[in-house]
Design a protein around this ligand. Structure first.
Ligand code: HEC
Ligand code: HEC
Length: 188
């Protein structure tokens, strides 16, 4: 009887662990449909989440769920998750290698314009010198150019309203400089 019970307990444990492992993989499968099987997004306006900072990924999922960051696609997806799921998913994707999207380096004049704008606004104070980000500050280096341009525009109109500070900074920077920054960051 004791033997039988402990065997049942063992089976339950295995099933439990299996189900949990499958759940994270299954969830990742859903994400892969857009964010890419190999981490390369299927569309240029979709951001890279492989290798992104875990703290940042978590905050975005939380904000989509709360409706603080509005997006018709991501809101319903994030709404299914509880805090612990979001933390686990964020951790899972942050451990993946950042994909090389093969974007061209910005030409010299554009790069110079971007670097000078980024120095005067102080982007590296938060995103760090090589734009790798840290914690809740996202990596920008090598992010898709079209996504960068889109989300910068969304910050400016406050269509992306989850971080008013970033919106203020983007509004204080000229559209010309921001276009140069998107080219430059994508090519890093
Ligand atoms: C049907 C397509 C689709 C699916 C499936 C999808 N996403 Fe997204 N995701 C998007 C799009 C599009 C955006 C950009 C939204 C915007 O422009 O604000 C996005 C944005 C994000 C962001 C914000 C990234 C950043 O750099 O700001 C995170 C985090 C994210 N998705 C995580 C996930 C996770 C985790 C899953 C799976 C559970 C998932 N997504 C499934 C399309 C999708
Ligand atoms: C005071 C710190 C700070 C400064 C300065 C700053 N950022 Fe950010 N940035 C952040 C934080 C924090 C986020 C994440 C906001 C959120 O949670 O949605 C962010 C988000 C972003 C995103 C969105 C990335 C994504 O994956 O969606 C872009 C693009 C960006 N910043 C570009 C810039 C540029 C370009 C500059 C300089 C012109 C700059 N930032 C200056 C802190 C900063």
């Amino acid at each position: 009887m004791t033997g039988r019970l402990s065997m049942c307990a063992a089976v339950l444990l295995v099933l439990g662990a299996g189900a949990r492992a499958e759940t994270i993989e299954e969830r990742a499968q859903v994400c892969a449909g857009c964010h890419g099987e190999n981490g390369k997004p299927v569309d240029k306006t979709i951001p890279t989440i492989w290798g992104q900072q875990a703290g940042y990924l978590y905050i975005q999922l939380r904000d989509f769920k709360r409706g603080d960051r509005k997006n018709e696609i991501m809101e319903p997806i994030a709404s299914q998750f509880e805090r612990d799921d979001m933390l686990a998913i964020a951790e899972y994707f942050s451990q993946k290698p950042w994909p090389d999207l093969g974007q061209p380096r910005a030409p010299k004049d554009i790069a110079e314009k971007a670097v000078s704008a980024s120095r005067s606004v102080g982007c590296p104070a938060c995103h760090l010198d090589r734009f790798q980000g840290d914690g809740t500050v996202p990596r920008l280096a090598g992010m898709g150019r079209d996504y960068l341009a889109k989300t910068i525009a969304d910050f400016r109109t406050r269509a992306r309203g989850n971080n008013p500070g970033m919106s203020d900074l983007m509004l204080a920077t000229s559209p010309d400089d921001l276009a140069a920054l998107a080219d430059y960051l994508a090519g890093l």
